[in-house]
Design a binder for this molecule. Structure first.
Ligand code: ATP
Length: 509
């Protein structure tokens, strides 16, 4: 082990067998049984670090081998995780998903954030599911609170046949401002600005000048899973279940977005069809007798700087510390606001932090009065969010795998707020170290590179590399978030930290 590489007190965990015999019902596949996996230790995430039990766990034969990394030029990331041929037996090994890499992202960044994250969600499968398998675990019922059926109503139905953006492909979008459904507004498509697993995002410009704030908008067009676009499955019970899951997920995203108002959270300005905001089952209401799913275009605030992952990639991950502090302070404010509003995000990651302006413009604002007056970021992508009751635990296993907390991986009920702060720790580590904490270490052996991040996450197996010898107030945030849930900081603790408080107290927005 290289002497100069010192990490936080990453526990080494005794290899134990899973005791659980829980059976998970996978709605898309045959029943799978979770039993013991020989290679995966049981991680008791409730043990305080330093406790006798925890120390006992450290006496593990699975010691992490860190050899010297003198010759490391780039940080390796496996292109794909090939699951073992054996029957999956632990909750983690049920995460049978393929990693995709977006070649446009992070091309020049010798850090592993330059990849499209593996995605796991039990809520609904990926739209282009050809090469993807979505982990689907204990079924949970996270239905939308909105349960208004507009089946009897004709609102919006006449719009379907002439859906401008998609249907006629003339690049003109007709939309309605939230809660003002009597008067349509029109936008012209400019270009595609982003794409995720569940949507494509476009820049649109207003065709009239009546609403200056709506002059440029980001339009998020939902991609439907292939299973729903193939009409031959329509009679299937499976199709109906999938449609209803997608619908509740979509309405949840829309209704939560509609209720939020914070400078550092993306704004939902409007929608191409009011039914999406008025009905609890808009897809079924709008489909009617038609054999196609209705286009769903969310009209949102536009962030000209793109996402933080791409921005970091564009400067080879070298973002100055003042800017990291500034961006992270805003992110903390946004998440604090969400949690105070009883909303958990569940998909916080670099790709979902979007910059209001391009990076050079943000850097140029450092010395300007705008520095304290304008927000730099918005948090986007509420596709996996959930409104929770105080104290409510979640069971849906979802998120992007590199950012997902150990308790979500292990399949135990989890506090969504603590899983969000775990993701904040991953993000801050990523910005500081130019790699994600649970990527294979820079000097990884071939065996370590083939191991999925999930295995390292379950062991809290991360280390400082670039920051091993240097101190910064940012480190305490990472060390107190990438830790066991019983010790993990809530967002209020992060907000109170020196690193965040120093900057956040200056904001005038
Ligand atoms: N309001 C916006 N302004 C500018 N760009 C945006 C905006 N919203 C999204 N984008 C871009 O589009 C990308 C995809 O958006 P989003 O994450 O909402 O889609 P998704 O399909 O839900 O993604 P995921 O696969 O991560 O769930 C973002 O990473 C970002 O680059």
């Amino acid at each position: 082990m290289s002497e100069e590489v010192q990490g936080p007190s990453t526990p080494k965990i005794q290899q134990q067998e899973f005791k659980t015999e829980k059976t998970y019902q996978n709605p898309y596949m045959a029943k799978e049984t979770s039993t013991t996996h020989p290679n995966l230790p049981l991680v008791n995430t409730d043990l305080p670090v330093g406790s006798p039990q925890s120390l006992e766990q450290q006496q593990t034969p699975l010691s992490l081998v860190i050899s010297s990394f003198d010759n490391v030029q780039t940080l390796p990331t496996p292109m794909a995780y090939t699951p073992p041929v054996i029957q999956p037996r632990s909750p983690i090994d049920q995460l049978n998903i393929v990693k995709r890499r977006d070649p446009a992202r992070g091309r020049n960044l010798n850090v592993s954030p330059g990849k499209q994250q593996r995605y796991l969600s039990e809520l609904f499968p990926l739209p282009d599911s050809s090469g993807q398998r979505v982990s689907s675990l204990p079924t949970v019922n996270e239905v939308s609170s909105l349960d208004v059926s507009l089946a009897e109503s004709n609102i919006g139905r006449n719009k379907l046949a002439t859906e401008p953006g998609e249907g006629t492909d003339d690049g003109i979008l007709t939309g309605f401002v939230v809660d003002h459904y009597d008067e349509p507004l029109f936008w012209r498509k400019v270009e595609e600005i982003g794409a995720g697993n569940f949507s494509t995002v476009y820049l649109y410009e207003s065709l009239d000048q009546s609403h200056p704030e709506l002059r440029q908008v980001a339009v998020k067009r939902i991609k439907y899973p292939e299973e729903l676009t193939l009409a031959k499955f329509e009679s299937d019970a499976k199709y109906k279940e999938l449609l209803s899951r997608l619908e509740s997920s979509l309405t949840r995203e829309l209704n939560v977005l509609k209720s939020l108002s914070h400078p550092c959270v993306v704004k939902l300005y409007g929608i191409n069809n009011p039914v999406f905001l008025q009905s609890g089952k808009p897809l079924r209401d709008l489909m009617g007798d038609l054999d196609q799913l209705p286009a769903c275009d969310m009209i949102m605030s536009y962030c000209a700087g793109g996402d933080l992952l791409s921005a970091a990639a564009s400067c080879n991950g070298r973002i100055e510390m003042w800017l990291i502090q500034r961006l992270f302070a805003e992110l903390t404010l946004a998440v604090k606001y969400l949690h105070e509003s009883n909303v958990i995000h569940r998909d916080l990651k670099l790709e979902n932090i979007i910059l209001k302006y391009p990076l050079p413009a943000l850097i140029g604002m450092k010395e300007s009065p705008l520095y304290t007056q304008k927000n730099f970021i918005e948090v986007a992508d509420f596709g996996l969010c959930k409104r929770i009751e105080p104290g409510e635990m979640c069971t849906a296993r979802c998120g992007s795998e590199d950012y997902v907390s150990p308790e979500i991986l292990m399949g135990v009920p989890y506090d969504g707020r603590l899983s969000d702060t775990w993701a904040l720790g991953v993000i801050l580590y990523g910005l500081l170290e130019c790699r994600l904490p649970f990527d294979p270490p820079p000097n990884a052996t071939a065996r370590q590179r083939n191991r999925a991040p999930a295995h390292r996450i379950a062991r809290f197996d991360w280390k400082w590399f670039q920051w091993a010898e240097t101190d910064t107030p940012a480190k305490e945030i990472v060390e107190n978030t990438l830790t066991r849930k019983t010790q993990r900081w809530m967002v209020e603790d992060i907000y109170e930290s020196e690193f965040v408080k120093e900057v956040a107290s200056q904001f005038a927005f």
